[in-house]
Design a protein around this ligand. Structure first.
Ligand code: K7E
Ligand code: CUA
Length: 639
């Protein structure tokens, strides 16, 4: 028997063409039980050799030798580390960490004045929980401008500039709690960012309705991608989870679990069906323009009322019933004709046609369920779905610890009554997969080459490093008929989602432009002091405020000694005059908790109170030269 024949036999043996997997579908109660058991006892981690795709390598295309460059930039969320990471794909080499909501000792994120301006008032929090990195689009193609990221922990949205790979905006979202889903307008370009509030709270959350969950709500928020101002919010029924947009710039939609707005786990799992809620952006913005909105508490953000699940929707929303506590919401490329909702506590995915959402809003369809065009059974614990360029979907199965490949057109035929097998392949992943993402699968350029599978448990796959195990981010070659596992990659706490951008779609700078807005405020301060940063080394005293302007050129700082008085507020501004790629300096001040990066042509600054009389050395922390160890100086603090 060929590999394909073996596979088919397995599927048939375990219960027919549409069987969700190795065992018969257990029914919803069993499914719910298994969700708990999988994490706690490892029920879902049984070895199942012979049941799934395990074809030996048919290609070495994924190998990236020393000195060779990767084909894709991978943007990985850093989970509750609060950062975003860049991986090279297919090598899965970690290339960079970009702090967003977290403190970062290496580059001084949270220490420098420039990063504190970005963090703003929310910088008092040292943690964040990033889930869904999204790169901006022009005409549904990655345009290399920004990567947006949510903070579930402290209800924020951050933006990373992809030319310098640094965060330049962070916004706290009012009136809602814990931003989970995050997605972007694709067409004509990313002008709007959508942030789905997850947890329900009283609105305003000022002490009223503490014990009355029927008065708890959550909201969808729309931000202006350019200014990061909040444009509007829509109040909805239920909790929102993941979200995505269409390919025409008309809609954003989110999955919803806990449609009866419970506050205990039993209540949240109660309903047999929850829903996907779709927002009609034009109608919402029309209502805002007409003044047809309210505001909540102190916030002046226009809030439109999109509740009405019991009636199927409102002027602004449609609630499409979906079984059961659905999680992932993913629009299928390259044309964006359908979106797929992954059922989580139901072994199904639901395929919805965007054009039928049009039909619902113009009244041609009156039952929101009529927007559903397929509901394939795919396996246990479907969480997220991604796509290739050949009409196939790939769904992560948390409980089964598998990726299942299925064909969308065949699933639609099957839903219409045809006797077809829409399941194409299954592959074991290790273990308890959450997100998965195929190369370019959120864009028109989807290419069906690689799939990143982000598993929550690594168990036995790596050397034991103690009670906290790494996650396991695996790379799967999906270019052929059968999926092929090509790489295990341990990662830290805990990448929920990732996306891949083709290497030629990004063009980061290698050396800062002296006009870069990232440090423009610091440049303006220098100008007021009459200081030209590219030339001057000067100490300026202004009452008890002292500003120390110094250059750095390997292997020296422009100032190697300066004197201040105890209690002075000292601002140190360092400008790296080196023009050589990769020649970064760092500035660390001993016993002051200060260290930060100064990359070629960058200006960085820090402000602190000199409260310890004595001699305090500062040194360059980025190894830059044979005399790097000698690149240092002294701050003398008079008693
Ligand atoms: Cu499934 Cu936050 Cu996208 Cu985690 S969410 S897995
Ligand atoms: Cu400059 Cu090390």
């Amino acid at each position: 028997m060929s590999e394909m024949d073996t596979k088919k036999a397995t599927i048939d043996d375990t219960g027919g063409l549409q069987n969700p997997g190795r065992r018969k579908f257990l029914g919803t109660t069993a499914a719910v039980g298994a969700v708990g058991a999988a994490g706690a006892t490892g029920t879902g981690m049984l070895v199942r050799s012979g049941e799934t795709s395990a074809a030996p390598g048919n290609s070495n295309a994924h190998k990236v030798g020393p000195g060779q460059l990767d084909e894709y930039y991978g943007f990985w969320s850093g989970g509750h580390s609060g950062e975003v990471r860049i991986f090279g794909v297919p090598s899965m080499r970690e290339l960079l960490r970009i702090p967003v909501f977290n403190f970062d000792s290496a580059i001084g994120w949270g220490i420098t004045n420039e990063s504190k301006r970005v963090l703003g008032e929310s910088g008092v929090f040292l943690n964040g929980d990033t889930h869904h990195p999204k790169v901006s689009y022009t005409d549904a193609r990655y345009d290399g401008r920004w990567c947006f990221i949510n903070d579930k922990a402290n209800t924020r949205v951050g933006r990373i500039r992809l030319d310098i790979m640094r965060t330049d905006k962070i916004v706290t979202i009012p009136n809602t709690a814990s931003i989970h889903g995050l997605t972007l307008q694709r067409v004509p370009k990313t002008e709007r960012v959508f942030a789905a509030g997850e947890m329900i709270i009283p609105t305003p959350n000022d002490g009223r309705h503490l014990e009355d969950p029927s008065e708890y709500w959550t909201l969808m928020t729309c931000l202006d991608a350019e200014t990061m101002d909040i444009k509007w919010q829509v109040i909805v029924d239920g909790n929102m989870d993941n979200c995505d947009t269409d390919y025409e710039g008309k809609y954003v939609g989110a999955t919803c679990y806990n449609s009866n707005r419970g506050v205990t786990q039993e209540e949240m799992m109660g309903p047999e069906r929850d829903w996907a809620v779709i927002f009609n952006v034009a109608r919402i913005e029309e209502a805002v323009a007409n003044g047809d909105y309210t505001t909540i508490g102190d916030s002046d953000v226009p809030v439109v009322d999109g509740r009405g699940a019991d009636k199927g929707g409102s002027d602004y929303t449609v609630y499409i019933p979906i079984p059961r506590s659905p999680h992932g919401f993913n629009t299928a490329p390259p044309d964006g004709k359908y979106f797929v909702v992954s059922g989580k506590l139901s072994p199904t995915c639901s395929v919805v046609e965007w054009a039928r959402v049009d039909d619902w809003f113009d009244g041609t369809i009156t039952d929101p369920r009529d927007t559903v065009v397929a509901e394939p059974e795919v396996g246990m614990g479907p969480l997220h779905t991604t796509f290739d360029d050949r009409g196939n979907a790939y769904t992560s199965l948390f409980i089964d610890s598998q990726v299942v490949k299925w064909n969308i057109a065949d699933a639609i035929r099957s839903y219409d009554g045809a006797d077809v097998n829409y399941i194409r392949d299954r592959i074991d992943v290790h273990y308890q997969i959450g997100h998965l993402k195929a190369s370019l699968a959120c864009s028109r350029d989807v290419d069906g080459k690689y799939l990143a599978s982000l598993s929550k448990f690594s168990k036995d796959r790596f050397l034991n490093v103690g009670p906290l195990h790494p996650e396991n981010d695996q790379l799967i070659d999906i270019s052929g008929e059968k999926m092929e596992l090509v790489h295990d990659g341990p990662t830290y706490a805990e990448p929920h989602d990732a996306l891949m951008v083709r290497a030629d779609q990004l063009d980061p700078v290698k050396i800062y432009d002296r006009e870069d807005p990232f440090f423009a405020d610091t440049v303006a301060m220098a100008k007021e002091d009459g200081v030209t940063l590219e030339r001057d080394n000067k100490v300026i005293r202004d009452g008890n405020k002292v500003r120390v302007y110094m250059t750095s050129i390997a292997p020296s700082f422009g100032i190697t000694e300066f004197k201040v008085k105890k209690g002075d507020e000292v601002t140190i501004v360092v400008t790296n005059l080196d023009m050589i790629e990769d020649l970064s300096h760092g500035f660390a001040l001993v016993n002051h908790g200060i260290n930060f990066e100064v990359n070629p042509q960058q200006t960085s600054s820090v402000t602190f109170v000199a409260d310890k009389p004595g001699v305090h050395w500062y040194y360059c922390s980025w190894f830059c030269h044979a005399l790097h160890m000698e690149m240092s100086g002294r701050m003398l603090v008079e008693a």
